[in-house]
Design a protein around this ligand. Sequence first.
Ligand code: C2O
Ligand code: CU
Ligand code: CU
Length: 444
Amino acid sequence: ISADGVRTFELAAQTGETTFTAGVRTPTWGYNGAFGGPTLRAANGEKVRVVVRNELSEVTTTHWHGMKVPALADGGPHQPIHPGKTWAAEWTVEQPAATLWYHPHNHGTTEAHVYRGLAGMFIIDDKVSPEDSPLPSDYGVDDVPVVVADRSFAADGSFDERRRDAAGMLGDTLLVNGTVSPSFAATRELTRLRILNGSTARSYRFELDAGPLLLVGTDSGLLPEPASVAGVTLTPGERAEVVVALEPGQTAMLRSVPHTLGLLGTTERASGTRDAFDVLELTRGEAGSGGGSDAVKHASLSDLTDWVDAGGFFAAAFPAEAEPDKRRTVTLQDNKINHRRMNMARIDEVVTVGDRERWFVTNEHFLPHNLHIHNARFRVHSIDGRTPAAELRGWKDTVYAPPSRTVIIDVEFGTSTDPHLPYMFHCHLLQHEDQGMMAQFVVV
Ligand code: C2O
Ligand code: CU
Ligand code: CU
């Protein structure tokens, strides 16, 4: 925290070298290091300043994914940081506890910059000191970031940026926080995993071999109460917070299992959904005692009261009597949104500040696509008229859009206005985004 009471962070985007496998050096990019980035953390209500220095030889940007921010601070393609220059973003956090992240967003090179290693987590807390949270909250001890990304390696050890499928670059090696075949030694009964799908194209279906997962949070916030789920599917950019309970001496494996994205068989295969990975091994030593998991199972975590009232279901994300202020249709085609490719000089949509909007999102294409909206959070109202799975019932900022289906979302935007400087909404499969599957909106 600096003298003026602003929580200040400094990031330097730089090149480096990382040893993922013994004896092999891979050229990588990172924030304040060779790969990945430090976890930034701030509380609801705090003033934040991040100063980003570009030590790369090409233009980049740094975007705060999931954050409600003034357009000037968003870090999208309209805030380029030229080589050797710095950019300072400042805003006041106005949102509840959530696991957000940050990554480059330069139009046309986002996929490459993320793939080379630029990405980090940005944790929002409800209060400056979260001690009284019912959830494990001791960072690195029982509250652990799990940034999952796939890579393929060329013969010389460098990242292979050429192997492409329709979804984008699918790697055969998983990195968790930049580590191959990672293991976490738990020292307490409960461990909270903040899982981020930081891949550019691959989706995952996370399951624990030891039993169900206790889901406590989605992209933009905590659930009203934990939900026991068999697994969680995350497409690129999505997050889930889960709590895992381990007995003394127990070992468990977090896996990604074959799953379906509702595609044609050949497209499923080409999108990597048939692949299986060990993601993270969790071990607990013999020492220590149990207790605590029952308390968490019934904890009240956030005030999404409609969830509780409807017994885990809700008919409408906004209270029934509150009709949306505006309805909008978003259709997805091959690298297009509403039949148009991204044009940085064109404003596609104008949102009135304070309005609650209902978006009807239809994937008219056969490939997997998702939709991420900047400066916003939303609830999934329904998918083809059906109530979504538990993992989609909390606050979200990115949602998968299966082919030939309509996902209805209820969107709430940030409070800043700027009639000229836009935010983006786009597919978060980064190859698609780079190729123009992105559109712009202003909030006025
Ligand atoms: Cu995660 Cu427009 O970004
Ligand atoms: Cu974003
Ligand atoms: Cu896409």
